[in-house]
Design a protein around this ligand. Structure first.
Ligand SMILES: Nc1nc2c(ncn2[C@@H]2O[C@H](COP(=O)(O)OP(=O)(O)O)[C@@H](O)[C@H]2O)c(=O)[nH]1
Ligand SMILES: [Mg+2]
Length: 182
């Protein structure tokens, strides 16, 4: 496939605490598989995915921000040119949910206003420490979309990656129009 065959390029970065399932979400989206623990030794930190939408064909470039073990280590430059930031926490770990605000603040400081955020509560196949209501309330406070997923069962994986695409594309169009008018 040659690059000129897609209509829009969306750059996405996935962040969140270690172990929330960032690599697993990527592998599930890319190959539709879930590797047991010891198989996922060398997860790729980047992937390309081409997706068809109603009226356009989109190339998604997806980065795993996992090199940053903690929010303090995340290189701020990683956020700058991304259209979508996926903030992931683990529904079975309250600690990772508590850290979402820190990831969000850190990312917001280093992105453009048009960057679209999505909050992902992963591992919904496990007993939960975070209720649906709490998660939804946080998403409302942050004014972002919330999706619950399981990389293990595959639930909502496509929704999580695609749900904000339309908004992100509108932002790209708007920015492009501004450039032309200059
Ligand atoms: N039960 C369950 N386990 C998951 C899920 N997603 C990831 N895991 C497991 O959680 C651990 C951390 O996953 P990983 O993708 O490496 O997390 P990362 O550090 O955020 O990249 C691994 O043992 C995965 O097999 C899920 O949706 N459900
Ligand atoms: Mg990882």
């Amino acid at each position: 496939m040659v690059d000129s065959e897609y209509d829009y390029l969306l750059r996405i970065i996935i962040v969140g605490d270690t172990n929330v399932g960032k690599s697993s979400l990527m592998t599930r989206f890319e190959k539709n598989v879930f590797y047991p623990d010891d198989w996922n030794l060398f997860p790729s930190s980047f992937m390309n995915k081409y997706e068809q939408f109603d009226d356009c064909f989109v190339r998604m470039m997806i980065w795993d921000g996992s090199k940053a073990r903690r929010y303090n280590d995340l290189p701020t430059v990683g956020f700058l040119d991304k259209e979508i930031i996926m903030l992931v926490f683990d529904l079975s770990s309250r600690e990772t949910f508590n850290h979402v605000d820190l990831w969000h603040t850190k990312a917001q400081k280093n992105t453009q206003k048009s960057t679209v955020f999505v909050l992902i509560g992963n591992k919904n196949d496990l007993p939960r420490e975070v209720s649906d209501a709490e998660a939804r309330q946080k998403a409302r406070m942050m004014s972002v979309t919330y999706v619950e997923t399981s990389a293990k069962t595959g639930e909502n994986i496509h929704t999580a990656f695609r749900i904000n695409t339309e908004e992100a594309i509108q932002n790209i169009r708007r920015n492009y129009d501004k450039l032309i008018k200059k």
